[in-house]
Design a protein around this ligand. Sequence first.
Ligand code: ADP
Length: 275
Amino acid sequence: MGDRSASDLAGTSGVNVSSGVAGAPGVDGAAGAPGTSGAPGIAGAPGISVRQLTKTYGRFRALHRVDMDVAPGSFLALFGPNGAGKSTLLGIIAGLVRPSRGQVFLDGEEITKDRDEDLGKRIGALSYQTYLYDELTVLENLRFYGRLFGVENREDRIGSLLTTVGMEARSGSPVRTLSRGMRQRVALARALLHDPDILLLDEPYSGLDQDAMVMLKTVLAARDKTVLLVTHDLVRGLESADRVAILNHGRLVFDAETSELSPSDFEQTYRDHVV
Ligand code: ADP
């Protein structure tokens, strides 16, 4: 998602700060009005819609007119080969990457141009970049982010998340002394700290051991958030998500409910669309 600072992650810098336009306008060429999907939802958890989203780096087009919906409270697993544009898409939704064209809506409210200051506080992002400070201890990192996100009952919240991710015993260790998987556990605690209602997870399983994978599965099974997960693990993604989508060469080439797919069907579908 690019090399951005903690304040970018918290939504406290970058794009202009003001409230977005209430009520999403119609978009030419878009697949229906955002925020109207009938998939299972949870009151309070916002939906994500992207419309005609395009990102170019110089002459290279990393995303091309992507239309995608993640219904409120639902879980979408996004697959695609290296370089398909998955991290770019998550980065744009997280506000860490600027789109070239197109729109992103949260709860039907456009956030692409005017990004509300509080928006970053509603999003928890986890990627290969942990956003942790190596020289600070686990606890110091979480306290720092807790203050940045204005988390209430900070010490209790941190203590409970350290237990969730199984890192209480290492809370006093500088992050630089931790293994890759341990850092990933702490990064997950950091992403969950402010109890965001949207989770953007880019390869969250990388480096995690079996116990941590079970822990992450349990966290996601709570289903109290809108989740967009990028993974190469077809089986794990399929079993966790309500919908799956495939991105290839910057285009969304497949999108379906998981109830319509068996793992073997989906592996074949993936091969058909990605080769
Ligand atoms: P994925 O996450 O699916 O592997 P990415 O979104 O990271 O793909 O990248 C999509 C394409 O955009 C790749 O070809 C990548 O090289 C290119 N790309 C990503 N970020 C940049 C950047 N900052 N500058 C130039 N090209 C980039």
